[in-house]
Design a protein around this ligand. Structure first.
Ligand code: NDP
Ligand code: 8X3
Length: 249
């Protein structure tokens, strides 16, 4: 039975991934900062598979290293890493951007992804097998007005994915990124700091992707035969043609 570690499993895309992989016979390690959500999800998924929870903030490098090092023997060999934890904080023109928001996005979306990868990759290299999936974004392929720092972090995820693919190629490790467009999760509530009306407006007049749509695609990517690596995949709602071109009713 393969073991998968999913960051940001307490909500949205990460939680949907935890569910689909638990249903499909993977041991799951679910990570996040909200312990009540982790406990609830562990209860749910334990009906189907072995589940281990790790409570840590991806932006705290010591906490990341300690958490991964604490894995019990039966979860220690990670076959698949889903670097999913991340969010946007704010949507402001560059001249008005909040430096705290910038720090958070860079610390979580870029440095956090690196800290987790640094803790997991050496085991994969030793075992000469593994699969890393980084969750980028359409914002990692294009920039849009006021997206500045969030877009920059997701462009960094795109670049890091391509770099990991090159560096880990000699070890038979698969690396790829999934770049979603609009997915209805808590993402916009976080971006707009709890303004639920503004968050809901983002998805008005179209059918966005659901977290399950993205998780299903990730499961497809992970379940390909060993010789197939899907290295770069953009998934959009049909109503969305680019980061900003959206056909609303
Ligand atoms: P959610 O807000 O629903 O989920 C974000 C997850 O990330 C939560 O589980 C949260 O857990 C975790 N997280 C955030 N900050 C930290 C941190 N410092 N340490 C540990 N975990 C953290 O959003 P999504 O599911 O939409 O987002 C998942 C990924 O998908 C992100 O990387 C996002 O950028 C990307 N994405 C989302 C799109 C969308 O339209 N929704 C489109 C394209 C990409 P907790 O708070 O418990 O720590
Ligand atoms: C999330 C999608 O378009 O809000 O990464 O940046 S978008």
């Amino acid at each position: 039975m393969k073991t998968i570690l999913i960051t940001g499993a307490t909500s949205g895309i990460g939680r949907a991934c935890a569910r689909i992989f638990a249903k499909n016979n993977f041991k799951v390690i679910i990570c996040g900062r909200r312990d009540d959500r982790l406990a609830e999800l562990q209860d749910e998924l334990s009906q189907r598979t072995e589940v281990h929870t790790l409570l840590f903030d991806v932006s705290k490098k010591k906490a990341v290293a300690e958490a991964i090092a604490s894995l019990p023997e039966n979860f220690a060999h990670i076959d698949i890493l889903i670097n999913n934890a991340g969010n946007a904080h704010g949507l402001d023109p560059i001249q008005n951007g909040d430096i705290e928001d910038w720090d958070q996005m860079i610390d979580i979306n870029v440095k956090g992804l690196l800290y987790v990868s640094k803790a997991v990759i050496p085991g994969m290299v030793d075992r000469r097998k593994g699969h890393i999936i980084n969750i980028g974004s359409i914002a990692g392929k294009e920039v849009y007005t006021n997206g500045n720092v969030y877009c920059a972090t997701k462009h960094a995820v795109d670049a890091l994915t391509k770099s990991m693919l090159l560096d880990l190629n000699p070890y038979g490790i698969k690396v790829g990124a999934i770049h979603p467009g609009m997915v209805e999760t808590e993402f916009s509530e976080v971006r707009f700091k709890g303004d639920t009306q503004r968050a809901a407006n983002v998805y008005q007049g179209l059918t966005p992707l659901s977290p399950d749509d993205v998780a299903d695609t990730i499961h497809f990517v992970v379940s390909r035969p060993y010789h197939i690596n899907i290295s770069d995949l953009v998934i959009l709602p049909t109503a969305q043609a680019s980061a900003t071109v959206v056909n609303r009713n």
